[in-house]
Design a protein around this ligand. Sequence first.
Ligand code: GAL
Ligand code: CA
Length: 342
Amino acid sequence: MKKTILFALIIMMVMPLAGLFAEGQKDSDAVVIGANIYSFQDGFMNAVMKPTLESYAAERGAEIQIVDSEGQQAILNNQVDIFITKGVDVLAINLVDPASAQAIIDKAKKADIPLVLFNKEAPTEVRNSVMASYDKVWYVGTDSAESGIIQGQMMVADWKARPEYDKNGDGKVQYVMLKGEPGHPDAEARTRESVKAFTDAGIGVEQLALEADPNWSVQHGADKMAAWLTSSFAKDIELVICNNDNMAFGAITAMKAAGVRLPIYSVDALEQALTHISEGELDGTVLNDGVNQAKATIDLAINAAMGKDVVEGTSWKLTSDGSKAVRVAYVGVTPANYMDFQ
Ligand code: GAL
Ligand code: CA
């Protein structure tokens, strides 16, 4: 009898502890991550990155605070100061203006807090100098150029397979481009590489129009496409290149309203893009794997906060070129394989 009571007591004492370890400890020892998203208005960041940062931090037993930088670098600078004053263990920062990377790195360095930059990479000069000079800063994102290369290869393959794409039969591609944020490494590289795929394949190109939008938004895509479809060159457009899905969603709406269906390609592979592909309204997109970028950001942040090697115990690999970056691969999504991504 006595033994049974003792046993029950031990079980009662041990159970809460077991629960604690099973769920990942949410106690005062939990790593506290101070994070931001450059703008909560951004479709991809809000639909994919933010929810995964939150759920995966919880899964790993860390505490994360995510603030909205409202598209203003000054707001982000201030938020970083507040995080540092509060004493967070690590910063996970999505730059607003990539050119301001140094300011953020300097703040972290001065406070001796590890910093994981994600999604928007610092310019090459900053990477080579400032990032190299602080041993506790890393980058998680993609190889920006890869998305443009994959999108370009998809478009070239379709161009070759479908002679009707060349409406005026001059052997050249008359295209319009929705670029996204000027100066954003993804926007710059996608703009360059997607077009380069045509010239590399010996196909001539002619840019009819290009518009940029710091917010990569649906509204921008809709407005610009609607304007192009009533412009003097409306009849000449043979291809619509979009550097992200949201701008393509707007362009698709504008085309439908005008009763026009031009070949159109984008990047991100949001759920809605897969639906547009299944309905024959989008010809291809490129998976921007935000889930894995968010997971890598959290894994590196936790390791850095604990003073461990940042990739210890994870499946992530730092690039071998010394850029202290984890780069998640892009994948092409076409009418032939989109089902695999749903
Ligand atoms: C890109 C993404 C865009 C936009 C941008 C924000 O990687 O393709 O849709 O979210 O990041 O920085
Ligand atoms: Ca042509």
